[in-house]
Design a protein around this ligand. Structure first.
Ligand code: ZN
Length: 381
């Protein structure tokens, strides 16, 4: 991002620049016309870019463009627009481990779609985070099965929150697994069909295309590129969309699926177009798009049993195809966890304690899981 390596102190009277020596922070606040969405001043960011030995943060705060540079530290807290963001080491984390087994609790949420406040409340009322928003799940594993991006207006907040929570979970001996969904992959590939206007307006004001705010060399962009597309925790296999029975026929392993998927993540970063498995795993029957447990050419119970046997799992847990509540299919073997958080009204979290499943609501109530009404096979989108 050559454009970001310039110094940004400007001469226009309306703009303010500052320099704080000691911790070395230089910054500018740009005046002029307020940047708004639906007449409300936009708050978005920060988008943080790695430089040689410093970092550059940019964003829109209360309708004004902000840019500031600060010295690089392996772990640092930056204040931006009245909020703190914790930023970790420069190197992207490479996630190789795809299987976890142990004596800990598990929770899972899917399809947040920019509904950060709702997601926060859901975690808080189900004791995954405490009153201050910090990790409260001890050695538990929280799985977020993708689609944090698009539709809503609090995508960046949700991303930074997950970024922070991952760090806190690791320190507590727990784990946050944020998996890639189709909307993460769409944004990384500059497919902006579902991006809320707010983000396009902010990106335009910043003069950086939205997808480039998550380019390689950006803190969130590198972090997103390090995500896996699947994870197996205590015998439960999680992915955003699901696993097509063809993967069993072809004896594909979890490692191979994840590796090929990741090697083909961002088209513009490949030497040639996606081919064969690289293409298969990124299209309709791949793990981020598949809906065959719910609609289209539906998988049979025998095929589900074959998937469980092949991957040595007890359950398949998926988001992507929206339900009114978390519910099971195929005699409890498939669990559908996208509980319509995207509508911005409610949402649910899957809880697994001592081998027992339940679903937690926004209010913190918990219910046993129920099998979906098989008479109503069509998924409600
Ligand atoms: Zn999806």
């Amino acid at each position: 991002m050559k454009i970001l390596n310039k110094k940004y102190c400007v001469t226009v009277l309306d703009n303010i620049c500052f320099l704080l020596v000691g911790f070395l922070i230089t910054g500018c606040s740009f005046g002029g016309k307020l940047i708004t969405n639906l007449d409300k001043p936009i708050i978005d960011g920060p988008y943080v870019f790695e430089q040689v030995d410093s970092r550059l943060a940019i964003g829109v705060c209360e309708g004004r463009i902000k840019r500031f540079e600060f010295s690089y530290l392996p772990e640092q807290v930056i204040e931006y627009c009245g909020k703190s963001n914790t930023i970790g080491k420069k190197q992207p984390l490479i996630i190789n481990q795809l299987v976890y087994q142990g004596d800990f609790n598990v929770a899972a949420v899917s399809d947040i779609h920019g509904q950060f406040r709702l997601f926060y409340k859901l975690l808080q009322n189900n004791n995954i985070i405490d009153i201050d928003g910090n990790w409260n799940f001890n050695t538990g594993h929280l799985v977020v099965t993708g689609d944090v991006f698009d539709r809503g207006v609090e995508v960046t907040e949700a991303l930074w929150f997950l970024y922070k929570l991952e760090n806190q979970a690791a320190k507590a001996g727990g784990k946050l697994h944020y998996l890639l969904g189709n909307h993460e992959v769409m944004v990384l590939n500059d497919d902006l069909r579902y991006v809320n206007d707010k983000y396009l307006i902010a990106a335009q004001a910043l003069k950086i295309p939205y997808a480039q705010l998550f380019a390689r060399g950006s803190v969130l962009g590198d972090w997103l590129r390090s995500r896996s597309v699947l994870i197996k925790v205590n015998g439960m296999l999680f992915a955003h969309g699901g696993f097509h029975p063809y993967l069993v026929e072809q004896k594909m392993s979890l490692n191979t699926i994840n590796d090929i998927f990741k090697q083909n993540l961002v088209k513009s970063e490949l030497n040639s177009s996606r081919k064969e498995w690289g293409d298969y795993l990124h299209t309709d029957n791949g793990p981020i798009w598949y809906r065959g447990y719910f609609k289209n050419e539906q998988a049979t119970l025998t095929q589900i049993d074959n998937l469980l046997r092949h991957f040595e799992i007890t359950h398949l847990v998926v988001g992507h195809t929206t339900q009114d509540q978390i519910e099971t299919r195929y005699n409890g073997k498939v669990i559908a966890i996208d509980a319509r958080m995207k509508a911005g009204i409610r949402g649910e979290i899957l809880l697994w304690r001592n081998g027992e499943f339940s679903r937690g609501t926004i209010e913190g109530q918990q219910f046993l899981l129920k099998e979906a009404n098989q008479a109503n096979k069509s998924s409600r989108l």
